[in-house]
Design a protein around this ligand. Structure first.
Ligand SMILES: [Fe+2]
Length: 193
């Protein structure tokens, strides 16, 4: 099992410009204790790990593995949106980063969008300030497009669709991004706009 490394604690503390005493005060331990952790003479008790991660500005996973996501914007880029679709109830979960999600007792693998094939070709018209999206695809109970989504750097819009409905959706243009369609049989397809 991975457990927190003293070098990681020291690097994170120095990055945030805390003295050992300042860090110690934030998590209600002594500066000698912090020094022990950093020099590998002791480990933080599991009950302080959450507070320690918070004080150092990282997730518990980052603290434990030492795998620091230093160069990533913590708020994430919407274009890196991941979709998780429940095969049982059709629930759609969106996440800016990777994560573990489950629904109806099933752990959901993230969708891996493909380029559109002939059957899932996205037809797009730009009309004034809108994108009009059409698809010539079955909309039967057993085979249909269950949602379409428009993702830009700042936002995500998901439109749910139902069997017997036409696939005709309008999105207000918000700049470059990705359009996704999700077919309940064939998975997710994308085009850049
Ligand atoms: Fe399909």
């Amino acid at each position: 099992m991975c457990y927190v490394n003293g070098k990681t604690i020291r690097e994170l503390r120095e990055k945030r410009r805390f003295t050992q005493r300042e860090l110690a005060e934030k998590i209600c331990v002594s500066d000698k204790t912090v020094s022990k952790w950093e020099t590998g003479k002791g480990f933080p008790d599991v009950v302080v790990i959450e507070d320690l991660a918070k004080a150092l500005g990282v997730s518990i996973a980052e603290l434990l593995t030492g795998d620091l996501k230093e160069n990533e914007n913590p708020s994430g880029n919407m274009k890196k949106m991941h979709f998780f679709v429940c095969p049982i109830c059709g629930n759609v979960i969106t996440s800016v980063g990777l994560g573990s999600f489950s629904c109806c007792g099933v752990t959901l693998p993230g969708e891996e969008p493909q380029s559109c094939d002939k059957e899932h070709e996205i037809h797009l018209e730009e009309v004034d300030l809108e994108y009009h999206l059409f698809l010539d695809h079955p909309m039967e109970k057993k085979h249909y497009v269950s949602f379409v989504a428009y993702v830009t750097a700042e936002s995500v819009e998901v439109v749910k669709l139902y069997p017997e409905q036409d696939i005709s959706v309008r999105f207000r243009k918000k700049g470059h991004g990705l359009l996704y369609v999700y077919c309940n049989r064939h998975g997710m397809f994308q085009i850049r706009v």
